[in-house]
Design a protein around this ligand. Structure first.
Ligand SMILES: *Cc1c(COP(=O)(O)O)cnc(C)c1O
Length: 424
């Protein structure tokens, strides 16, 4: 077992039992059942505080990229802490409003916004549309004119830098579907500025996710600033600079820079180039919630085999899709330390897919009925969960000190079948 768990100091063993903040996770599992997501409010606020320290004394706003974890109580924590939100659908806008957030603190990203979503966001009064293509500019203009509104826009530029992360989560390379190509940016801004329903307010980029070094960000900052110089020279002022999200977390000994260290470096670069006093924005997702959450699961069966031993748990790819999608690594640890020799297992779920694995070749000392925690499960787990195999989505709880709040009930089969009808 590693001595420092991802998620520490909020996640730690005390007297052999895993605690999140002051809550013994076995007790939460006993009360709410498994699979169960458990989040630490203090861990989320601590992750946010690192960004806030980094931006001390600057004009900057953090927009939480809520697709990482869009549960209402999680949004509420960030709204109360002064965050805005980066949304990618009309549904996410409704979640922000339901959680007590405000439309004026919302920016809207995504390559495929529908006309209905544009109308909804314009009517609500969001602060910026992060537009991803020239075609989208024209449609947004049409929709805005038809509603009698002016849409504030930023263009998402593709700086063509390699964040050296998994190809499925790198977004700022030429071959990606995201953003406007670097070479077409000036033209696209000139077009935007000529449209009556749009008002250019900013520029944005987002180069990828789970980035663990500073260099790709420095490259992106430089490329974006080069564009700002060009665009402003053409007479189009750029009020805010948005550098996206993407900072990585420790899943398994990864060593991403701390948010404040990253921003110390980037702000120094912005200062050097004379842009340090601009309105700045960022859109972090994973780094605010990823290590604030764990998923608790129970061992159903141990299945020894000739070439592999399997540890079958009651959480599966529908709850924890990252291993199946990206071959991602999550640490898996017991809630209660057992002494005695273990064995090496593939930890798998009950779903009928060979892709339904949660961890491979893990050394564990376990028996059927034991409880395990899948770590670093606060981001891109519950928000990507599905009902595959007619499995209800897990319950979620938020711990705050020694207090446990149930924030989402376990989904029932009735919940899942709601809206379905037999024919005739
Ligand atoms: C997903 C996304 C983010 C957040 O990415 P993280 O890696 O979770 O920080 C930010 N901006 C945009 C446009 C995104 O699509």
């Amino acid at each position: 077992m590693t001595s420092t768990l991802p998620g520490s100091p909020f996640l730690a063993y005390r007297d052999g039992a895993l605690h999140l903040e002051d809550v013994r996770l076995q007790d939460v599992a006993a009360q709410h059942g498994t699979p169960l997501f458990v989040y630490s409010k203090a861990a989320m606020l601590s992750a946010l505080a690192a960004y806030q320290r980094g931006f001390q004394g600057r004009r900057a706003k953090v927009h939480y990229a809520m697709k990482a974890n869009s549960s209402l109580a999680v949004l509420q924590v960030f709204a109360n802490a002064g965050c805005g939100f980066d949304i990618v659908s009309g549904g996410e806008l409704e979640r922000v409003l339901a959680a007590g957030g405000q439309a004026k603190d919302v920016i809207f990203s995504g390559v495929g916004k529908t006309r209905a979503e544009m109308r909804q966001a314009l009517t609500a009064g969001i602060s910026c549309f992060n537009v991803e293509s020239e075609a989208e500019l024209d449609v947004l203009n049409e929709v805005a004119v038809a509603c009698g509104k002016t849409a504030p826009v930023s263009l998402r530029v593709n700086p063509n830098v390699d964040p050296k992360t998994h190809p499925y989560i790198s977004t700022g390379l030429k071959g990606n579907k995201f953003g406007v190509a670097h070479e077409r940016t000036l033209q696209a801004y000139q077009h935007a500025a000529s449209l009556p329903g749009l008002k250019v307010v900013g520029i944005d980029c987002h180069i990828g996710s789970q980035i663990t070094t500073i260099e790709p960000y420095v490259d992106a900052v430089d490329k974006v600033l080069d564009l700002v110089v060009q665009i402003e020279a053409a007479g189009i002022p750029i009020h805010h600079l948005d550098f996206g999200g993407g900072l990585g977390i420790d899943y398994n000994g990864d060593t991403p820079p701390a948010a404040d260290a990253l921003w110390a470096r980037l702000l120094a670069r912005l200062d050097e180039r004379g842009f340090g006093d601009r309105q700045l924005m960022i859109e972090p997702g994973r780094s605010l919630v990823g290590n604030a959450g764990v998923c608790l699961a129970e061992v159903q069966f141990l299945k020894p085999g000739e070439t592999k031993n399997f540890c079958i748990i009651d959480a599966a790819m529908n709850d924890l899709p990252r291993p199946a999608m990206y071959e991602a690594f999550h640490q898996i640890v017991p809630l209660s330390v057992r002494t005695g020799a273990g064995a090496v297992y593939d930890v798998v779920g009950p779903v009928c897919e060979s892709g339904d694995w949660i961890g491979r070749d893990r050394s564990l000392s376990v028996q059927a009925g034991d409880l395990l925690a899948v770590l670093s499960a606060g981001a891109y787990c519950m928000s990507m969960a599905s009902n595959y195999n007619t499995r209800g989505r897990a319950a979620e709880v938020l711990v705050d000190g020694a207090t446990v709040h149930l924030i989402r009930q376990r989904e029932t089969v009735q919940d899942q079948m709601r809206g379905e009808q037999l024919v005739g």
